[in-house]
Design a protein around this ligand. Structure first.
Ligand code: GLY
Length: 418
């Protein structure tokens, strides 16, 4: 019942946007009320988070909640430290309150040492969600150099024989037999936005070229004919040939991990924005159609689209018998896709993606998925999944779910419904 109520409100709002009809005053009022209420909640919840976490010290970047309900943090070398500063920047953009700017700057500046980090591929998440938003909202001359330096560091992981940026260093697959020497994961598409920015800031086309070549390899080797996707592709380091197509965080090597699909939708939408190459738009649309065709009624995906299905064998510690994840959803995948759909809908105008984005946003903001004040270790959204095969962060809040929720809210607010 709750869902249908939400959907009705949303249909009225988004259809008037989608068809470019004039919204009634009531519809505008409804949108403004929704946005104001969500900003108010995010502000109050994040103030509690700031109190809890204290000053940035290189080791206290909010990530998730422990089983006993406490905030869990990481050090800056994990893949997620950029999201908390990024969320603070979105709160500044949403409110204009300098409290958020001051905190966003403080948390962003704490990441400066990462500009020379080359230990894994996540520099885009780390440095562009933080410094990229800083550059957009409150530019300082040094931000430009830091982004260029970070792009240099990321580019050290690119090899022209493989035509991809290496995501992780050597490791083994779940079977403990297959060795991965050059593993690339779909998530890597999200690091490319920083390369485009660095290319513009430096005038060096090298970064642009690496982004395009990497995206083309991902399109060829990670995306199946039906536009579902492999999480991991491992390459031969000498010939560049594909050696393995598998998963690390999904249900099965041949399944589709929903957050991976979300990273791809977002990534190819961004690729189209930056290059205007039609094949990227077509790819984003086909990935999105696969995603939408595999959603439950409330539009929040299961953590993997093939979980428990015949023909898919569970990897890692996610064995089917006492498997905890059959019905678990991943709110982070929904938040990423929601934000991506606000952008994709502007390029693929006849597909209804903005209408879908609004529906997802309202669902995420409903009591089903949005926490109560002071609960959920002060994160905004509940019910995400980090990695079921690792038995890690299962049905928990995740800092990146909140980041993309706030980005989606900002995109919705900035979108002129008329
Ligand atoms: N990029 C890691 C993840 O999505 O879990």
């Amino acid at each position: 019942m709750k869902f249908f109520k939400v959907t009705n409100v949303v249909c009225g709002l988004s259809v008037c946007f989608f068809l470019n009809f004039a919204c009634t005053d009531k519809q505008k009022e409804e949108k403004e009320k929704f946005i104001a209420e969500n900003i108010d909640f995010a502000v109050r919840q994040t103030k509690l988070m700031l109190e809890e976490v204290g000053e940035p010290n290189g080791k206290n970047y909010p990530r998730t909640m422990s089983n006993d309900g406490k905030l869990r943090v990481t050090n800056m070398y994990d893949w997620t430290p950029g999201f908390f500063p990024g969320s603070l920047w979105y709160l500044y953009e949403l409110t204009g309150d300098t409290l958020w700017k001051n905190n966003a700057e403080k948390w962003t500046h704490s990441l400066e040492p990462l500009q020379t980090f080359t230990g894994h591929h996540d520099l885009g998440f780390m440095m562009y969600c933080s410094y990229g938003n800083a550059l957009k909202l409150e530019p300082r001359p040094e931000y430009k150099d830091i982004i260029i330096k970070s792009a240099e560091s990321l580019s050290t992981r690119y090899d022209d024989r493989v035509k991809s940026i290496k995501s992780w260093n050597y490791r083994k697959n779940w079977n403990d037999t297959t060795e991965w020497f050059y593993p690339v994961i779909v998530d890597n598409m999200m690091n490319l936005e920083m390369l485009f920015a660095a290319s513009k800031l430096s005038g060096d086309k090298k970064f642009y070229d690496i982004a395009v070549i990497h995206a083309n390899s991902t399109l060829k080797n990670h995306i199946r004919d039906d536009y579902s996707s492999y999480h991991v592709v491992d390459y031969d380091t000498i010939t560049g040939a594909v050696k393995d197509q598998a998963t690390c965080q999904g249900y099965s090597d041949n399944s589709t991990w929903s957050r991976g699909q979300a990273w791809l939708i977002y990534g190819y939408t961004m690729m189209y924005r930056e290059t205007k190459d039609q094949q990227y738009l077509e790819t984003a649309v086909k990935l999105a159609e696969y995603y939408l065709a595999n959603l439950p009624e409330d539009m929040i995906p299961l953590w993997d689209f093939n979980v428990g299905q015949e023909g898919y064998e569970a990897v890692g510690k996610s064995y089917a018998v006492e498997f905890p994840g059959k019905d678990l959803k991943d709110v982070s995948a929904a938040a990423i896709t929601c934000s991506a759909f606000f952008e994709l809908g502007q390029y693929a105008k006849d597909k209804g993606y903005i209408e879908k984005a609004v529906q997802i946003l309202y669902t995420l903001a409903s009591p089903e998925y949005r926490a109560q004040l002071g609960t959920n270790a002060d994160f905004i959204l509940m019910h995400s999944v980090g990695s079921i095969p690792h038995r890690s962060e299962i049905d928990k809040p995740l800092v990146y779910a909140d980041y993309y929720f706030l980005e989606a809210l900002t995109r919705y607010k900035n979108m002129n419904i008329k």
